[in-house]
Design a protein around this ligand. Structure first.
Ligand code: HEM
Length: 136
């Protein structure tokens, strides 16, 4: 597995653990109220599981497995940028909900996430190609 895929998948697993833990706390809080601020974990729960776990796992596996040119994966810089932008965006959105930060930080977080998706698409687009069959 390439180094970037290892980072994506490791980070995804950490978000899975955090996201399920927050989900469990939210669920428990519905039956037995734990703390008035527990409900503020909802944006982090959603962000960690939808973007941190699901999307990041897809990015990691796609970077690893999409067709290559011999051993080369093309321009890998946008894919590395996607890792950094996506994680910065996830934390900004999660912390905005948690700490009640202003609306602009939510918008900035979403912008970082959208830019990460565009950056990954720029990397992956040329790699989406059919096999060229060898002549019989
Ligand atoms: C990949 C897995 C998961 C995803 C993508 C996910 C996503 C979401 C989303 C989008 C919401 C907001 C729903 C809304 O506002 O209508 C939500 C709410 C919630 N989730 Fe999850 N979730 C996942 C797993 C879990 C797990 C494992 C638990 C519990 C152990 C959990 C507990 C909750 C609770 C308690 C709420 C609040 C429900 C309410 O509005 O009353 N989630 N989740």
């Amino acid at each position: 597995m390439p180094r970037l895929s290892a980072w994506f998948v490791r980070a995804a697993l950490v978000y899975l653990g955090l996201g399920f833990t927050f989900g469990g706390l939210l669920l428990a809080n519905k039956g037995v109220p734990l703390h008035p601020l527990t409900w503020r974990l909802l944006p982090a729960h959603i962000e960690f599981l939808l973007f941190g776990w699901t999307l990041q796992l897809a990015f990691g596996v796609a970077f690893w497995i999409l067709p290559r040119w011999q051993t080369q994966r093309g321009d890998v810089r946008p894919a590395w940028a996607a890792l950094i932008l996506l994680n910065a965006g996830i934390w900004l959105v999660a912390l905005t909900g948690w700490l009640d930060w202003p609306a602009w930080s939510l918008a900035l977080g979403r912008l970082l996430e959208a830019t990460a998706i565009i950056a990954f698409a720029i990397h992956a687009w040329p790699r989406i190609k059919p096999w060229v069959e060898a002549p019989a």
